[in-house]
Design a protein around this ligand. Structure first.
Ligand SMILES: [Cu+2]
Length: 164
C-alpha cells in the first residue's frame, strides 16, 4: 500500500510539473475562424484578446491555394508592403514558434488580403518565466495541448516507480 501511495504522489507531482510550465502551448490563429479573409473578422482584435509567451506556437490553418503567412517588419505591416518579408509559410498548416519577446507582425500576401488578414501580437518580456499572470486568460485553451506533455511524464514515473 505504501508504494501505491508513493506512486500516486509521484504522478501528482509529475502532472503538476507539466502544468506549471516548460511546455509551450499551441494557439490557433483566429480560433474557430482560422486564417482566412473575412471583413467581419478582425484579427487585431483576436490578437489583443490572446496571450502568447516565448515557447508557444502560433498555428496557422488555411487553404494554401488561397492564403499564405508572412512575418514582416512593422513598416511593411502598416503599409501592407508585400514586396519582401522576414519569413514565409505556405503549407496551410503552419506552426510558428514564438522564440523571442518582441512584437510579431503577420499578414497574408495574396492580392488585397492584407486589408483584413493581418495582425500584430506582442510577446511581453519575461512572459516565459512569469507563470500565473500571463497564462490566466488562456487557462482553458492551454490545458488540452499540455496534457500531451503529461502522458509521457506519467509513463516515466510509473516505470521508475516499478523499480522501487
Ligand atoms: Cu489570404
Amino acid at each position: 500500500m505504501a508504494s501505491t501511495t508513493f506512486t500516486t504522489l509521484l504522478i501528482a507531482l509529475g502532472v503538476l510539473a507539466a502544468l506549471s510550465g516548460g511546455y509551450g502551448k499551441d494557439v490557433i490563429v483566429g480560433g474557430d475562424q482560422q486564417w482566412t479573409i473575412d471583413p467581419t473578422f478582425n484579427y487585431s482584435e483576436w490578437a489583443m484578446q490572446t496571450t502568447v509567451a516565448v515557447g508557444d506556437n502560433l498555428i496557422f490553418k488555411y487553404n494554401s491555394t488561397d492564403h499564405n503567412v508572412r512575418s514582416v517588419t512593422a513598416a511593411q505591416y502598416e503599409s501592407c508592403d508585400t514586396t519582401s518579408y522576414i519569413q514565409q509559410w505556405e503549407t496551410g498548416d503552419d506552426s510558428v514558434v514564438i522564440n523571442s519577446t518582441s512584437t510579431y507582425y503577420f499578414l497574408c500576401s495574396k492580392p488585397g488580403h492584407c486589408l483584413y488578414q493581418k495582425f500584430s501580437i506582442a510577446v511581453p518580456a519575461g512572459s516565459a518565466d512569469s507563470p500565473p499572470q500571463a497564462e490566466t486568460p488562456n487557462a482553458s485553451n492551454s490545458l488540452l495541448p499540455r496534457l500531451g506533455g503529461v502522458l509521457p511524464l506519467s509513463v516515466l514515473v510509473l516505470l521508475s516507480a516499478g523499480f522501487l
